[in-house]
Design a protein around this ligand. Structure first.
Ligand code: ANZ
Ligand code: ZN
Length: 803
């Protein structure tokens, strides 16, 4: 027999798959299974060993489901618009389109060398005009339905990418991409009203099977809170200050108010405010801070008391001061709060610093002069007139009734979620298909003119004023209005990188359709995605955005399900050998090409699935992948010990059925590592027996095939088995054959274990008594002695008492 040589056999099988197309999916009457992984951004660095982890996992599930007779849709594409390509293009003076082509070519070569069972005929590319035509179309529909609007907005602006960012793209106050400083800049921006979908984006999570951490992160990000708006009268001025509070029950403890430094009252009452210059100085300080810095819990509280303006607590009728402070944001609620220092941590810190009164209104055993009592489950209302003695929950209801009755309060739901800043002042993105007409305002271009192609450009630099480079091309900018024929100018901003990925899973279902996003037939057959595995880092970006777009498409009748993905799981990261995140600067990056060269793609795949709990981070280890290679060598050599019997070897029957069961279940529950461990145990049994049947080998090969497809196909062919593994059926297990029918019974003599007997699980003492006393080691102890008692508890204990 030849030696195991992955280099030879892997390329060979990849070519066979390309030619025979066993992974092609067509609409038919079989049960469909749509497996999805996040399509990569084809960067210049090429594939990273982190990429194959989720890809292999979904490949394993896809290959298994195909063998189980399902019609699997599993495919690949390129999310190729975006800054890194554009930056590279600028630096190297190559057109971004060329850069993208180069990068895709390399990525594709790398992915092919790992042997994924993608239906490559459905490959898509977000920068292809035939693709982005539909991205533009969806945007246009949103515009028509009033979900896209342009507004002056203070936006997050990355000073190094020179580009506006959405809230989701700002991480810890820095640019999500480059880590650069993010400042606020007022710009005219296209916005998408994702907030209109906020309730549904939370409520519909009930109907999908997403892992808990994904659900929780989305819920927290959307940040729905139920509370009240309450109007506080100003002292000696005929006006009210509106606050938003989730704790109206604590209103008797509201001892001061705070408005945000951007609050309109500061302008409105500039004449009345005596310390306006002190306030203006403070505002200047605040402008330098990011929202992140402002809302940090532990930061030192700052602020200024407004001299000349105060309010009246509507429940205590006491005059209370008004402050400005940066911990109150203009972008949330009404930009003003009633402060209850006894029961809110930020208010408490502020009150301590500025000497405001702290009045306890919920008693819960805490001294609120020293520490705020924030629990809402157990406290009892005090110092609150008609609320006294009530629980927080009951007090909320009662105060709501009271404040509504006197006409100063109403229930209000608020969200943390903000509308999505949807324009970017860069070249390498989808052009926004709208024009601005002097008479008609913003008008969509006629649908027949889609795709609105990116014009050719010499230089891709954004302008000094931060305008898109497209604004420099007069032929692009100047146009006529589709409505009135008058003079108009095109929008020159482009869409953000998240646009193309917000609907790509729909395009896979019908990638070449030039009349629609995808045919109704394809959408109804393949949709929704059955299983989507992707990174946790996309939970509040891509995953949220695409759920929003899908819901919009549902509303306009394009898709017929409310949710795009039935199930969402997530993988842990692969870290360097030293346990740190892989990065060039740390010098711990592992290149998958090198691993394939050294150990083979099957070993790489096997190791990616074996290196630990799929849902957790795990460190790469050279020894680990080498171990997987050794395992495959042992698999290869099974050919030497295989006889021609067509039956399962009797003594292996139980182990084989148990293995089929475990592998079948583990592949469906992300426990790839324990499935492989079970296969390793089974192969040990095969070798200890020394000889196995054809059937034993076939079952083993099919079970391992989803993980290591090349070697298993090759052995199948070598052994001259029928067809290919890809045309076989997944083995079935017989539950009754997986149950242990025999047990190892320890035999004690006077309480000490002296022997072990293999007996039937439900044997009675009489059934093995004879065998027991014939046993060598038992006889040694018992001979010539007086047997006083034989204690036997079936399945548990057997003790012989002698004298
Ligand atoms: C009085 C109060 C008493 C509050 C108490 C809390 C505890 P969530 O759950 O995040 O919605 N708040 C309201 N608008 C604000 C703004 N623009 N900037 C900063 N803080 C703001 O939080 C709602 C609570 O956050 C509101 O309820 C308000 O403080 C504060 F024992 O009102 B609370
Ligand atoms: Zn017009």
């Amino acid at each position: 027999m030849k030696n195991y040589n992955p280099k030879e056999i892997e390329k060979k099988w990849q070519d066979i798959w390309d030619e025979k197309k066993p992974f092609k999916s067509e609409i038919n009457d079989k049960k469909k299974f749509y497996a999805l992984i996040e399509f990569p951004y084809p960067s210049g660095q090429g594939l990273h060993v982190g990429h194959p982890r989720p890809y292999t996992a979904m490949d394993v599930v896809s290959r298994k489901r195909r063998l189980q007779g399902e019609n699997v849709l599993f495919t690949m594409g390129w999310d190729a618009f975006g800054l890194p390509t554009e930056n590279y293009a600028m630096k190297n003076k190559i057109h971004p389109e060329e850069v993208t082509k180069m990068n895709i070519k390399n990525f594709k070569k790398q992915l092919k060398s790992i042997g994924f069972s993608f239906d490559w005929d459905r490959e898509i590319n977000t920068t292809d005009p035939n693709y982005y035509k539909w991205t533009q179309w969806i945007f246009m529909k949103m515009f028509e339905k009033g979900l896209a609007y342009k507004t002056e907005m203070p936006i997050n602006f990355c000073t190094s990418c020179k580009v506006g960012l959405s809230n989701e793209e700002v991480v810890g106050g820095c640019c999500e991409r480059c880590g650069g400083e993010v400042i606020h800049k007022v710009k005219n921006q296209w916005m998408l009203k994702i907030t209109e979908y906020a309730d549904r984006l939370i409520d519909d999570l009930e109907d999908v099977d997403f892992i808990d951490r994904v659900k929780t992160q989305q819920i927290n990000w959307i940040g729905r809170s139920y509370g009240m708006e309450v109007k506080f009268k100003l002292k000696d001025v005929d006006d009210t200050l509106l606050v938003y509070t989730t704790r109206p029950d604590t209103i008797f403890g509201a001892t001061y108010m705070v408005i945000s430094p951007e609050h309109p009252f500061l302008n409105k009452y500039v004449e009345k405010i005596k310390n306006i210059s002190e306030i203006n100085d403070y505002i200047k300080e605040v402008e330098k801070k990011s929202e992140f810095e402002r809302t940090e819990m532990n930061k030192d509280k700052t602020g200024v008391k407004i001299d000349g303006l105060s309010a009246v607590n509507p429940c205590t009728n006491k005059e209370i001061p008004i402050f400005i402070s940066d911990y109150v944001l203009m972008t949330y609620g009404s930009g003003a709060i009633m402060a209850v220092p006894a029961h809110d941590t930020r208010d408490f810190d502020f009150a301590k610093k500025f000497g405001c009164d702290i009045v306890e209104v919920v008693s819960g055993g805490e001294n609120v002069q020293e520490k705020p009592y924030t629990d809402t489950e157990t406290g009892i209302m005090v110092n609150s007139d008609f609320l006294n003695g009530l629980s927080v929950k009951d007090a909320k209801e009662k105060i709501f009734e009271y404040l509504s009755k006197i006409g100063i309060g109403n229930k209000k739901t608020n969200f943390k979620l903000r509308d999505w800043v949807f324009s970017r002042q860069r070249y390498w993105g989808e052009p926004i298909p709208l024009v601005n007409c002097e008479n008609c305002g913003w008008v969509a271009i006629p649908e027949e003119e889609l795709p609105l192609k990116l014009p050719e450009l010499e230089s891709f630099e954004p302008t000094e004023t931060g305008e898109s480079p497209l604004s420099k091309i007069d032929e692009f900018v100047n146009c006529t209005c589709p409505k009135c024929g008058g003079k108009a100018k095109r929008e020159t901003d482009t869409m953000p990188q998240w646009a193309g990925s917000s609907w790509y899973y729909l395009r896979y279902m019908d990638p070449n359709n030039d009349k629609e996003i995808a045919s109704k037939e394809a959408l109804d057959y393949f949709g929704p995605v059955d299983w989507y595995n992707g990174g946790m880092e996309h939970t509040t970006l891509h995953l949220l955005y695409s759920r929003f777009w899908h819901k919009f498409l549902y509303d306009i009748g394009v898709v017929s399900t409310k949710e795009p993905y039935l199930k969402r799981t997530s993988h842990g990261m692969i870290l360097g050998e030293n346990g740190e995140k892989m990065s060039k600067s740390r010098g711990n990056v592992i290149n998958p090409d090198e691993m394939i060269d050294k150990y083979g793609a099957d070993a790489l795949r096997c190791y990616e699935m074996f290196l630990g709990d799929f849902e957790r981070s795990a460190s790469w280890s050279d020894g680990g992948i080498n171990g997987c290679r050794k395992f495959l060598e042992r698999v290869w050599k099974l050919q030497d010990i295989t006889n021609s019997s067509k039956e399962i070897t009797k003594s292996l029957e139980k182990s084989i059925h148990k293995t089929i069961k475990k592998v079948s279940q583990d592949f469906e529950t992300l426990k790839f590592n324990t499935a492989i461990a079970q296969l390793m145990t089974l192969i040990n049994e095969y070798y200890s027996l020394g000889e196995i049947s054809e059937k034993d080998l076939k079952i083993f090969l099919i079970l391992l095939n989803p993980v290591s497809p090349h070697i298993t196909e090759e052995i199948w062919e070598n052994m001259k088995f029928d067809d290919y593994i890809f045309s076989q059926t997944w083995p079935q297990y017989d539950e009754s054959k997986t149950i242990d029918t025999e047990i190892e019974m320890p035999i004690q003599i006077n309480g000490k274990v002296r022997a072990t007997l293999t007996i039937s699980k439900d044997a009675k003492f009489e059934d093995f008594k004879e065998e027991l006393y014939e046993n060598e080691s038992v006889r040694k102890f018992v001979e010539g002695k007086n047997i006083v008692k034989e204690i036997f508890v079936p399945g548990k204990i057997c003790n012989i008492v002698i004298k």
